[in-house]
Ligand binder design. Sequence first.
Ligand SMILES: Cc1ncc(COP(=O)(O)O)c(C=O)c1O
Length: 427
Amino acid sequence: MRSATEAIFARSCKVIPGGVNSPVRSFKGLGLTPLIVESGFGDTIRDVDGKEYIDYCCSWGPLILGHAHPTIVRAAQEQIAKGSSFGIATAIEETFASKLVSLIPSLEKIRFVSSGTEATMTALRLARGYTGRSKIVKFIGHYHGHSDSLLVQAGSGVSFLNPIATSKGVHSNLIADTICLPFNDFVALRTFFRSPVAKQVAAVIVEPIAGNMGVVPPLEGFLESLREETAKVGALLIFDEVITGFRVGLTGAQGLYSIDPDLTCLGKIIGGGFPAAAVGGKAPIMDALAPLGQVYQAGTLSGNSVAMRAGLETILQVANDPTFYERLEQKTLHLARPIEEALAYTKLTACLQRCGSMLTLFFGVSQVRSKEQLDEERFAHFFRHLFDRGIYIPPASQEAWFVSAAHTDVHLDYTARVIADYLTTEK
Ligand SMILES: Cc1ncc(COP(=O)(O)O)c(C=O)c1O
């Protein structure tokens, strides 16, 4: 029985479009009333009916330490008591910026904003302002927030000069300069960068490990090719590490693959569960931002004190513990290994793809390298199966699941068993 959930959702639908403040929370296509959460602690969330779920969404990635981590709670409470927002520079912004710059070698300067969308939007404007060029390249299936020129998909690699908006309200003029290429496709990349239009490209933006079409790591050499091709034509390379930053290690995907991007977008984990994100990179590029340069960017809540304190404490927790990522990897393997074993026996077409503590179980395909059509009906059935048993994964088929440091072995074992049973008994 989910009577409180049903009642709140019905009332929400009257005052909030679709009853939710972000569409993917709506459980669209899943045949269930969405979750209405009341609280979270560690690896568990509790809904308004008192039912508990082991959470593998973790607020879509930020909660690498789990819900309501005592150190983060204390830091945020301390800061709120001193004032939550000033719209004036604070020392904590410098402390946090210096910490991030010291951890990620490609960052020389950093500007804080409040969301990943703002970070990528700022990175593009900066790239265009700095290079004086108009075109940007993104990859099909990669999501970089909802600013107009990034809300674009395209058909096949050959139609890369004919972008199609993924949302109504995005006028064709606003996406005319956005070019979409298939991820992990060396031929499409080379073909594009040999075309005359490549010299008009201000920047290529990429999720270095894709998370928004499910977890799809780059093929060996793909990011290197991207770095080479962009450098050759004088375009900037922007790594959107809003998910991967501090998720796959202290130096993000760029550290994992030894790539030196020109600009990096961070978000999610650096806010410690509060709204903070950032764009950072080489000093001469970053200095093109106002007030030094002529690329305008601003924000009432940018560098918000509570978000900075929570973010800094989160980064200190992961950075000061030399075994943090190793232990997180072990936890994730605890979940992933039994699923992989079950996949060897399943009659379903499915595969598990993983990088560090981000993973996706795909249905309808046996491997994903680029954007794919998945078996949505099967996913919906699988989601409901888990949900009924107190396990919450992101409510969409092409999303990353996240394991946090708070996930207990007991919960990971239980989840692995439920999934392995599903895979070996369903036809
Ligand atoms: C890779 C990536 N970039 C940017 C964004 C946008 O971030 P936000 O939702 O904070 O605006 C997201 C959000 O999921 C993301 O996954």
